[in-house]
Design a protein around this ligand. Sequence first.
Ligand SMILES: Cc1cc2nc3c(=O)[nH]c(=O)nc-3n(C[C@H](O)[C@H](O)[C@H](O)COP(=O)(O)O)c2cc1C
Length: 161
Amino acid sequence: MDDSAQFREAMSRLGAAVTVLTTDGPAGRHGMTASAVCSVTDAPPTLLVCVNRANRSHAAFTRNRTLCVNVLGEHHRALSGRFASAGATDRFEGETWAARKTGAPVLSGAVTAFDCRIGRIEAVGTHSVFFCDVEEVILSCGETTGLIWFGRGFHDLRAPA
Ligand SMILES: Cc1cc2nc3c(=O)[nH]c(=O)nc-3n(C[C@H](O)[C@H](O)[C@H](O)COP(=O)(O)O)c2cc1C
């Protein structure tokens, strides 16, 4: 196994929450599935998000500078597949989306969502690292179940009773 294959294999064992990143603005509405999302600090609330520059959404994020991190629940497996598949015609169809502070689409029923503006952007290898200033946090009022990507597959996660 070469170094990058070994790295990818190791990363498949690092479980991560599944999100759909969305944007809207002058470059139009786009969205994609992502698990490379991480907290940087809560003062000021900041996330980092890693997006492959080969992805079609990449140009839209850099032009719009808006990005909503929609955290998915167990009932969003199909949605997650659609936002990761190049073949899907309209990824947004069949769900309810609302614009809040930045105008990036917020998914109704997301476990939680972070409505952000993209600040600093760093290029590292194949990816851009977006440092995202959180303008608003939207917490789901319903039951919270998580969706985790681990071992190259989806797994449900329930909060302790
Ligand atoms: C569970 C999962 C997690 C993913 N995480 C990321 C990620 O963090 N960053 C990324 O660039 N692509 C990630 N992808 C791949 C993109 O979702 C995929 O390449 C998508 O088709 C890109 O869409 P676009 O080309 O329309 O932007 C992930 C895919 C899956 C299934």
